[in-house]
Design a protein around this ligand. Sequence first.
Ligand code: PEP
Ligand code: MG
Length: 944
Amino acid sequence: MTTAGRGRAGARGRERPGREGPTRDAAADPTASAEGEPAVLSGTEAAGGRKWVYGFGDGRADGDRAMRDLLGGKGANLAEMVRMGVPVPPGFTISTEVCAYALRHDGAYPEGLREQVEEGLAGIEALLGRRFGDPARPLLVSVRSGAPVSMPGMMDTVLNLGLNDETLEGLARETGNPRFALDAWRRLLQMYGDVVLGVPHDRFERALERRKREAGTESDAGLDEAALRALTEEYLEVIRAGAGRPFPRDPREQLWGAVAAVFTSWSNRRAVRYRRLHGIPDTLGTAVNVQAMVFGNLGEDSATGVAFTRNPATGARELYGEYLVNAQGEDVVAGIRTPHSIRRTAGDGSSLEERMPRTYAELAQVGERLERHYRDLQDLEFTVERGRLWLLQTRTGKRTAAAAVRAAVDMVNEGLIDEATAVGRIDPAQLETLLHPSIDEHADFEVLATGLAASPGAASGKIVFSADEAAEMAEAGEPVILVRRETSPEDIHGMAAAQAILTARGGTTSHAAVVARGMGKPCVAGCKEIDLLPDGSGFRVGVATLRRGDWITLDGSTGRVLAGRVATRPAELKGEFRRLMEWCDRFRRLGVRANADTPHDAGQAIAFGAEGIGLCRTEHMFFDEDRILLVRRMIFARSESARREALAGLLPMQRSDFTGIFHAMEGRPVTIRLLDPPLHEFLPHEGDDLSAVAAGLGVPVFELRSAIARLAEANPMLGHRGCRLGITYPEITEMQAQAMAEAACDVIRGGGRVALEVMVPLVGVARELELQAGVIRRTIDGVLADRGVELPYAVGTMIELPRACVTADEIAREAQFFSFGTNDLTQTTFGISRDDSGKFLHVYLAQGIYAADPFAVLDERGVGRLIRTAVELGRGVRPDLKVGICGEHGGDPASVTFCHRAGLDYVSCSPFRVPVARLAAAQAALAETGAEARAVLADRLAAR
Ligand code: PEP
Ligand code: MG
């Protein structure tokens, strides 16, 4: 029965797999009974029973890249590189199954592990002609974690295992470099003390800093042999005092201690948190890689570094990376010394290309081979030991959205991958960052607060607290950020004038968020950390108070509120991006439209590839200063004729709005929705200048007040809105239908084309649609007959209420199309107000009650089920029923995948999300074909 070396009882409160003690009967465990594969290396031949250890070295390996689940990413790729003949120090991988076994068996290891590890060690020893613990020619090993899914920096590593007083002297003699040996010893003591024995890191750091001060040096490299010897003596004491026991001199005890610590690190707090954040199951476990050490700190002909086969920031095809001469791996990562570029850039002779040209050429060649082999950008770790290059890791390199697009398109041009694979490589969510300016992360900045990342992009401006102020200052040429508790349709002009919007309340589908996304403006919503002063002169955040006119910068892509003006980088729509989008269009089945209310938005939507407008919210046209008075007159009208008079004033304005949009859309379908919000939204609030409004309307202030009170609703989202407005005031619907028809006639007569779809909002009962469709058809047909114009048009409905979903067959008898308004449908299905969810959503998310914000990511199990029901019922009575979605979910990649699978015809989203939807739709379609990208896509879709 195998037991692990002693662990780190109580250290940092971790659990300890691999602690001493009997294991349960391994035969009773299903993983213990399966047959293992025969080993390639003699040293890792399974000692009976199941194979736990997989060797690699000298051109042969038990594993390969396909065995990621078993060997972890690092182990599988080390094996693959060895098979390819890439120079990799020999070693072996303890499989993830051992970690899983230990997790299930209270830290015990399975039978046979110890023997297999011994065989693995023997294999390395045989290849290198060294022995673990041999004072003459000591073998030193590293122990590193490596999970099936990359979890960078989350788990532990220990280097230089195998050193003790005797092997230390042996290493010094053998290398002729006692200082190097002592430095390796110091590093082992520090890492082992911290990682395995749980002695706080800063105790070592303090001792090191003191020695450096005494030696008058700022760098570790400045410590001479005597100083290092004294430091290591001190470290041994620090360990004895901190761990309550001495540092283990037995190399095998060291090895098992390190193995146990790496397995334990799977369950450390940061790793668990990382897995929660990225949806990685806890049961996967990590592998452990035990590998012969190679040293980048053996002198000026030694080095260590990281390299990317293409530039991860731009995607340019060039070896990119950093390295340090005479250093060990952690020095590069820790940022203690400033690394130099690998490639000649500065021309000061500091690059690897200049200092070690032969090694550089070899590295470039290995990088090229690995990239061709993996057919993707690789991120490499390497060490040069006395002029000899060793690869310690290769993995898929993380990259910016810009680099992802460029590299994918370039690789297609180079014949490395096909177009489907290129499309599958790009993360749709990441793509959005390409379309807006972004924060220059290299700039200096201070984060004041963080809210919800409601609309991406970054912008700076002076803070203002009212829409009018925003409009005035913008008019005067000042960039402004509109800060509101929450916004309302009345704030539209201020939002349009502002560079970005910050709200203290509201969620990702609050008014501010929806409108900002539509306008393509950055928005941080629901920022609870800011506290607006009651007098409207500023806000408090932490200990600071910011006043009107102070500069801030919003990063709507991350939700950060930054102090002052922070440098941003503009959006770039480059050739590769366009090409990639064209490939997407070839693969996707779903149509992609945009939600747009103005000719400008419509133009933007087309530039991003929208095939039509899926939602034109007409109310946004009512808030202009010259129109709102007419809307208010209509509201105040005491009779139908007075109402018609006010509406007649609005008609030409609506007509010109529609004409502009039809022109911009050049015959693409345009879905225009009838007026939707409750009327009180058009009235001023108490606290506004009521006398001016009353004077404009020609009514006494008290009458205005009483109208505000009369129209106030307890639940406006469930009140007198949607088609209920048109049912109670059919003349509103009439005016809107007339404006649409007249605009269409004007455009058609002018030689243009129009595809009109009229949409009725918030229908819950078929009869509502029948009544509204009657008004619409009568009005439009009347105009067309008068003008002698032919215009095929469609009348359909939004599906935003659960009742509409479950009676969709009845509704489809009248509706020529359905468009799911999933903002309202989510609101009404969950019974949560869109505007108030911010108050508790974070708790629900933290507790896992909701997997994601249901207003951002469509809830497939609830809302999705209603959608599927409605599609099925609707198409049951009208097989050619066109079905789309125009809620905010239409631009969310996971929700787009759902829409594809539910058989919708199109999604409609904010113009800036159109490319995201095109890509997501293509990926959803590709995942169903036999395309090569399928496995990658399936993973990506599963992660959504
Ligand atoms: C919806 O409810 O999803 C929708 C698109 O309409 P609105 O957001 O305007 O209510
Ligand atoms: Mg709605």
